[in-house]
Design a protein around this ligand. Structure first.
Ligand SMILES: Nc1ncnc2c1ncn2[C@@H]1O[C@H](COP(=O)(O)OP(=O)(O)OP(=O)(O)O)[C@@H](O)[C@H]1O
Length: 283
């Protein structure tokens, strides 16, 4: 578990995080959402030690990260897997060399043992046999999966993922989300994901915070978000008519009725026709 208490971070005069507290549970996908500039990245960077907070505590399974020495922080970092935007693979290295890299940095295992581990994680992300391929030979989804394999090769207790679906089509995004969710549950990892993808929110949001101007505005899970009465959150997440309809459909599924009395027939009647009418056609 990672627990954050009253976190504050400023850059000179500008406060970008104010009084943020949150518990991120193991075996769960903990999602950070919010509009551009709301502080999601700065928050994540504070968690992994790339920024030093001005105030507040960050506890990794009860150990206070903010008060640790550099040596102690290094020990925690060994237990952290990271997957950043664009997968950040070394383009001049094969898939195998990319994944073996953290093992070389942090373990003294024999080469044979390291290779066995590489093959294990490659199999877990359904890329068995891709060892000798270079990143340029892979699709965006495959690159993400190599990035996931590398992030979990050291058996992390904590996994940080920044925008896992950027640049991917919706179907591939769904597969990547499912893979991250499965791995999180299988290995009981505390996974923290920074995302703009509303599908991810609805599918894998076990624990979600909505950031607004550097503060935690709302907290809940993928079911609770549908019933939230927080106006800022609703304006953010259900910005389009399509998403409002999707929300109402989900409410109907969950409760059998829609509290705001919107008529489902009205939603269906207002749907755009799949095939636009032919201009010359006589109606
Ligand atoms: N190194 C820095 N120095 C000064 N200001 C910074 C720095 N990093 C971020 N900021 C500011 O902190 C605020 C929050 O930025 P942050 O990158 O966390 O937003 P975000 O929610 O991740 O946005 P996006 O969704 O676009 O990635 C912004 O106003 C940004 O300009």
């Amino acid at each position: 578990m990672i627990e954050v208490k009253n976190l504050k971070k400023s850059f000179e005069e500008k406060t970008v995080l104010e009084d943020v507290s949150w518990k991120m549970e193991p075996g769960q996908c903990n999602l950070i959402i919010g509009s551009s500039g709301s502080g999601k990245t700065v928050f994540m960077k504070c968690l992994v030690g790339l920024f030093r907070p001005d105030k507040g505590d960050i506890l990794y399974d009860g150990q206070n990260f903010t008060q640790m020495t550099i040596e102690q922080k290094k020990e925690i970092r060994k237990e952290i897997g990271m997957l950043f935007q664009g997968s950040a693979l070394f383009s001049s290295m094969t898939v195998e060399d990319n994944i073996i890299f953290p093992l070389k940095m942090f373990t003294n295992d024999s080469h044979k043992k390291k290779l066995e581990r590489v093959n294990e994680v490659l199999e877990r992300v359904n890329l068995k046999g891709s060892n000798k391929k270079f990143p340029a030979e892979l699709s965006g989804g495959m690159m993400k999966r190599v990035g996931i394999a590398r992030a979990i090769v050291l058996n992390p207790k904590y996994l940080f993922v920044d925008e896992p679906n950027s640049g991917l089509d919706p179907q591939t995004s769904g597969l990547i989300d499912k893979l991250i969710d499965d791995i999180t549950k299988e290995y009981n990892i505390t996974t923290v994901i920074n995302t703009h993808d509303m599908n991810s929110v609805m599918e894998i949001g076990d624990n979600i915070i909505y950031m607004y101007q550097g503060r935690k505005e709302w907290e809940g899970n993928k079911k609770e978000i549908i019933f939230s009465k927080n106006e800022r959150l609703n304006n953010f997440i259900f910005a389009s008519e399509f998403l409002k309809d999707a929300k109402d459909m989900r409410m109907l599924e969950e409760t059998g009725h829609i509290p705001n009395n919107r008529d489902m027939q009205e939603i269906i009647n207002n749907e755009e026709p799949l095939i636009p009418p032919d201009e010359n056609e006589q109606v």
